[in-house]
Design a protein around this ligand. Structure first.
Ligand code: IPE
Ligand code: IPE
Ligand code: MG
Length: 253
């Protein structure tokens, strides 16, 4: 076989699809998972934390570079105080128990969301999680906590307005990149894939700006049942999509 034929063959070989660089997950259905079993909602949240651990391992195994998880929304304060306290307690437990392991796995933790008004112990743990893992180079795990997409855009707009008022930014310098750079997610690429469990079909104020061209995979199972197989299946579904970004299909030719 001539050298050109060898090269032609090599080029024709099917290439494995690269994994989505950034997967963002709306972890929903803990309460319903528990209710189906006659258990208190907090038990669903506890089992949800185990699903988070599985998902981090699966993301690393599947070659995902950025994983964002929606753990507490700006609107979740509307829940009964006892449930809010349970969720705060589980977050603290997660950071205390899992931070060393995440660090050892070379995971870099980022927290997105509003830090104002959080209790000092939680605020301190969030800073500790970020600082301890800041130099890690593996998976970036972005935890959306006290997070709302609209609130994040408002905070970004305010930052830009302050720069204009201070004379360090001209209004005509504000473009999409500049706004994105003022969001909590600065430096993190937009999600390629958004997964939501529990059968709901809405964004619930998650990554409002960043998901403009994300693919959505909505799965009926509740979050505590999410595992490596479900994650891999969602990525398979993502690979069957045709992302056009307003242009024409590359797949159909
Ligand atoms: C997701 O499960 C966890 C959080 C929103 C914090 P839910 O608590 O929303 O469970 P359902 O949707 O009521 O079943
Ligand atoms: C979205 O779930 C928030 C999180 C997963 C943290 P919700 O259960 O709060 O969403 P809605 O209220 O059903 O839209
Ligand atoms: Mg819910």
């Amino acid at each position: 076989m001539s050298e050109t034929q060898t090269i032609a063959r090599r080029e024709a070989a099917p290439q494995p699809c690269p994994p989505p660089a950034h997967v963002a997950i709306i972890m929903d259905g803990n309460g319903r998972w528990a209710a189906r079993r006659g258990l208190p909602r907090v038990e669903g949240h506890r089992r949800g934390v185990e699903a988070v651990r599985r998902s981090v391992r699966a993301a690393i195994d599947l070659g995902v570079r950025y994983l964002t998880i929606y753990s507490f929304s700006s609107e979740n304060w509307r829940r009964p105080p006892a449930e809010v306290a349970d969720l705060m307690g589980l977050l603290k437990l997660f950071v205390r128990r899992d931070l060393a392991e995440l660090d050892a796995a070379n995971v870099r933790v980022r927290i997105i969301g509003d830090r104002e008004g959080l209790s000092p112990d939680i605020a301190g743990l969030l800073i500790e999680a970020e600082e301890r893992t800041a130099r890690n180079t593996g998976l970036t795990l972005a935890v959306a906590f006290n997070y709302g997409g609209r609130q994040e855009i408002v905070r970004a707009a305010r930052r830009l307005a302050e720069a204009v008022a201070a004379g360090t930014l001209r209004p005509d310098e504000i473009d999409a990149d500049r706004l994105a750079g003022a969001l909590d997610t600065v430096g993190i690429p937009d999600p390629d894939l958004v997964i939501r469990t529990s059968g709901e079909q809405r964004l619930s104020n998650f990554l409002t700006w960043q998901t403009a061209y994300s693919e959505y995979v909505l799965i009926p199972d509740f979050w505590p049942d999410f595992d490596h197989g479900a994650f891999a299946a969602a990525i398979d579904e993502y690979h069957r999509r045709d992302r056009r970004f307003g242009g024409l299909s590359e797949k159909a030719g």
